[in-house]
Design a binder for this molecule. Structure first.
Ligand SMILES: [Zn+2]
Length: 307
């Protein structure tokens, strides 16, 4: 791949430096040379010394010239750059902004508007100290997030994230764990707009899972990051002998599989509804006696225990 960096002029008055003249190797010539060299290597009658001489002749010229090679068919598979840093709310929010920008650079059409709004909402929740980790251990091990709101008002809802998200972040990175934030953030948006109530649990979940779907498709449009990360973690989990690490690895695998189920809906209403019902959400399930409603969820489909 040829990267040509163009230096910007220091000041507008300064003329730009003249473009360097480049000579390109014709791919046809290059291919013929490569074929000749391969034939020489394969030919028992050609001596080693002769092969070396021909190889030197082949490579000697190349560093002086800019190679122009078609890269379209040789694109590398996308991998999620997981750094092993402990997950954090700040890290997740930073990833959301970064990935949205990356997506914009590569696409002519704007990103999904509901996702853009959910990302804004998450930042607002964090700024008003309404997005934090559940330090009181209120969430079940397989509940990654919860949105709590007062039934007598539309504003002031809060999002709590399972502290396990920190470990999860080490293994899958803050961009994948942000899927949970996007989900809960959409609940907050829907509640503020008067669209979320205990009687409309299913519709609320469909809306939140749709935004989650949009997030994953935005950060991993081809699904390659998910695929490579999932298969690597699964292999590691199956070989791991330390119980604690194995449990953490299993949680990461289950989490990614849950996200994969969301991706499988293709963001379609009917498929999203099927997923929501499969996960056990029901309308009007909660008692309306208290003034606080726990719109808990963003739970994963299987209890993450040792594999
Ligand atoms: Zn939910």
């Amino acid at each position: 791949m040829a990267f040509i960096l163009l230096a910007a002029p220091l000041a507008a008055t300064e003329p730009a430096p003249p473009a360097e003249e480049k000579s390109f190797v014709d791919p046809v010539v290059l291919k013929a040379r490569a074929d000749a060299l391969r034939d020489a290597v394969a030919d028992q009658a050609v001596s080693n010394v002769s092969v070396k001489t021909r190889a030197r002749g082949f490579f000697d010229k190349i560093p002086e010239e800019t190679l122009v090679v078609e890269t379209g068919n040789y694109r590398r598979i996308e991998r999620e750059p997981v750094t092993g840093k402990v997950g954090s709310i700040e890290g997740m929010l930073a990833e959301s902004a970064k990935r949205l920008e990356l997506w914009k650079r590569a696409h002519a059409e704007p990103p999904p508007p509901d996702l853009v709004e959910a990302i804004k909402q998450a930042r607002e929740l964090q700024e008003s100290k309404s997005l934090s980790y559940d330090t009181k251990d209120e969430l079940a091990p397989n509940q990654m997030g919860i949105f709590k709101y007062m039934t007598d008002r539309f504003d002031g809802g809060i999002v709590k994230l399972n502290e396990r998200m920190k470990t999860l972040g080490i293994l899958v990175g803050d961009a994948f764990t942000y899927a949970t934030v996007a989900h809960e953030s959409q609940h907050a948006r829907d509640r503020a707009a008067g669209r979320l109530s205990p009687e409309e649990e299913v519709a609320g979940e469909i809306s939140a899972f749709r935004v989650q779907y949009h997030w994953i498709k935005t950060m991993d449009p081809r699904g390659e990051r998910m695929l490579t990360l999932h298969s690597g973690l699964k292999l590691w989990r199956d070989r791991e002998t330390d119980d604690q690490i194995k449990i953490a690895l299993n949680e990461a695998v289950v989490y990614l599989e849950h996200l994969s189920d969301v991706v499988s809906t293709n963001g379609k209403e009917e498929e999203l509804k099927k997923l929501v019902l499969k996960l056990g959400y029901k309308d009007g399930k909660h008692s309306h006696g208290g003034d606080e409603h726990e719109h808990e969820r963003s739970r994963v489909s299987a209890s993450p225990t040792s594999a």
